[in-house]
Design a protein around this ligand. Structure first.
Ligand SMILES: Nc1ncnc2c1ncn2[C@@H]1O[C@H](COP(=O)(O)OP(=O)(O)O)[C@@H](O)[C@H]1O
Ligand SMILES: [Mg+2]
Length: 268
């Protein structure tokens, strides 16, 4: 593929506004067969980035949202009973390994600890997936790439990634996009004009500076886009912000009141 082909593929890919040089880094990691770890708070663009890059690199994307009950068998596969027979059924990770797809494990630290056993041999030079139940050792097809994300902000020591796991990955640190990038995202994804996008981003910056209330999360790009969409559909901006941002961030009456004060100060 030459450069003009790549450009036209990128044009049709899910729209992604880069924060820095992450697109180039992803391409190099993919080219080197290295797995990638994306750190960052929820709603800052990680999923959109991976969807965009999968499209640019023309690889299938298999996404798994990890949760605390997700086991190695959920990723790798299991024997199923079908009409009296036992048949093996590949899990999403195994399908990605066979197809040479990008496998994106979202919020990987949520998954049960036994999952790291299957990820390690895939994430280093071996690039193989051992399937304990069948005794198979599947070499990853060319093009296979393991991408994991996690949110270091939760500060859950127990749930942190072990050094032996994280040192197998090239790491990329995502924050919220810079104001000018975030304004473009809110305008494009939220369908609002530049002036409204500017007000919402100014609000997000003020909310992100609030530290005295221990909010588990702060106003993310995703919440701004949601507020913008509600407003674009005809809801007054204050109501859209209350529903999409303020009430989404806290259930504590005192905290909600403090957030409302910031909204009033910024939006008037
Ligand atoms: N860099 C970006 N380019 C385009 N859209 C973005 C970007 N960052 C965030 N968004 C918007 O915010 C939403 C949430 O982003 P997402 O990728 O789902 O966040 P995360 O996976 O980090 O939780 C997306 O659906 C998109 O509308
Ligand atoms: Mg996501």
């Amino acid at each position: 593929m030459d450069l003009s082909d790549l450009r036209s593929v990128a044009a049709e890919a899910p729209w992604y506004a880069p924060q820095g040089d992450e697109c180039t880094l992803f391409q190099h990691a993919a080219g080197c067969g290295l797995p990638l770890l994306i750190k960052g708070p929820t709603g800052c663009g990680k999923t959109r980035f991976v969807e965009h890059m999968a499209h640019v690199l023309q690889r299938p994307l298999i996404t798994v949202s990890c949760h605390d009950d997700l086991s190695a068998a959920d990723l790798v596969g299991r024997h199923l009973i079908a009409g009296g027979d036992t048949v093996w059924s590949d899990g999403p990770l195994t399908r990605a390994v066979r197809q040479g797809a990008i496998c994106y494990l979202d919020e990987v630290v949520e998954a049960r600890k036994d999952t790291t056993v299957v990820l390690h041999p895939l994430a280093d030079d071996r690039r193989v997936l051992p399937i304990e139940r069948t005794g198979e050792l599947i070499p990853a097809a060319p093009g296979f790439m393991l991408v994991i994300s996690y949110n270091p902000g939760y500060q859950n020591v127990l749930k942190g990634l072990k050094p032996s796991t994280r040192q197998r990955f090239v790491a990329l640190d995502f924050g919220y996009p810079a104001p000018e990038v975030e304004r473009a995202i809110v305008a494009t994804e939220g369908g609002v004009d530049a002036a409204t996008a500017q007000r919402l981003v100014a609000l997000a910056q003020a909310l992100r500076r609030l530290t005295e209330h221990d909010l588990e999360e702060t106003a993310s790009t995703r919440l701004l886009v949601m507020a913008a969409r509600l407003h674009a559909s005809g809801l007054p901006l204050r109501s859209a912000v209350r529903a999409a941002i303020v009430q989404a961030l806290s259930d504590e009456p005192d905290t909600v009141a403090a957030l409302e004060e910031v909204v009033l100060a910024v939006l008037g």
